[in-house]
Ligand binder design. Structure first.
Ligand code: RIB
Ligand code: CA
Length: 312
């Protein structure tokens, strides 16, 4: 059951990516979300592959949803290598590259974000599920958007859980810590949906088999893509399944009641071996962020699975 009657206007900034594909499929199918657009980010894959994959997902879902290309590299540091060992060479495990017919939006991602926010002040929720470069560029391009955005639900950070990209850092923050610092310092309502909760939300073989059965196109695609992700988690995390990072962040927008949020300044370490680490109480701006500390795992899974099962 949704908490709101008017669908939430959302932009997902994404580096698809297997769990990104889950988040996008969820947002395209869920009636409580009006997906204003996807903006692509480098990260799990290159910016070319991310943009192509975002277009391919929209096309597969037979939806109208603009896709705007984002930055191809971090603000300051050199890009890290793509995460092909996590998401596969083309981003969706062993699924072959899809060649969408759809065209990109002509605007760069940061301009697309600013235009959408300015067109609906107070209504738009930004949901970055990749590096935060595009959001930092949008703030630079038009600092006034900070006051007009409804909220920013970031899949990123780890306050008490340790890292996944390194011992210290969560992957999305680690990919562009300077951008994360800018986003955390801006005058907007930031919610961090980090490893503290996404490491609690896991899915396994029967979950995705049920999706393939109920929704052969979208669920079948996710079930195929996720096998590679399962293998990665088995090797690295010791369980045959996967964390549901990016869909959990999207679900936090329409079902915040399923999360507990703590509030504290959050700093980002931008250099050295701890680069990308997020630190409680050390915000450079002193601005508090809300970070998710607890999650109703069964309910989040149910919202995700029932939404994808309603697809085709
Ligand atoms: O740390 C998890 C995040 O890193 C997810 O967004 C995943 O897609 C990867 O980018
Ligand atoms: Ca991602």
């Amino acid at each position: 059951m949704a908490t709101s009657t008017t669908p939430e206007k959302i932009i997902i900034d994404t580096d698809p990516g297997i769990d990104d594909a889950m988040a996008i499929a969820f947002a395209l199918l869920n009636p409580d979300i009006e997906l204003l657009g996807l903006t692509s980010a480098f990260g799990n894959v290159t910016i070319d592959v991310a943009t192509r994959n975002a277009l391919a997902l929209v096309e597969m879902a037979e939806m109208e949803c603009p896709v705007a290309r984002g930055a191809g590299a971090p603000l300051v540091q050199e890009p890290h290598p793509v995460a092909d060992f996590v998401h596969g060479a083309e981003g969706f495990g062993t699924v072959e590259a899809m060649m969408p017919q759809r065209e990109e939006d002509p605007r760069p991602a940061h301009e697309f974000i600013c235009d959408q926010v300015n067109a609906a002040p107070g209504d738009v929720v930004l949901c970055p599920v990749g590096p935060l470069t595009n959001l930092a560029l949008a703030l630079r391009h038009d600092p006034g958007i900070a006051k007009k955005v409804k909220a920013v639900h970031v899949m990123g950070a780890s306050l008490k859980e340790g890292g996944n990209a390194t011992e210290f850092a969560e992957a999305n923050i680690w990919q562009d810590p300077h951008a994360a610092e800018i986003v955390l310092a801006a005058d907007w309502d930031v919610r961090l949906i980090g490893l503290d909760v996404t490491h609690r939300v896991t899915c396994h073989t029967p979950d995705f088999e049920s999706l393939a059965e109920a929704a052969p196109i979208l669920g079948g695609f996710l079930n195929e893509a996720v096998q590679f992700y399962f293998d990665f988690h088995e090797k690295v995390d010791g369980f045959h399944g996967c964390y549901m990072h990016d869909p959990t962040a999207v679900i936090s927008i329409i079902r915040p009641d399923l999360f507990s949020f703590d509030e504290a300044p959050v700093g980002v370490i931008v250099e050295g071996e701890r680069a990308g680490e997020t630190v409680l109480g050390h915000g450079s701006s002193g601005r508090p962020a809300k970070w998710a500390s607890k999650v109703d795992v069964a309910a989040v899974k149910d919202v995700f699975l029932s939404t994808i099962r309603s697809g085709f």
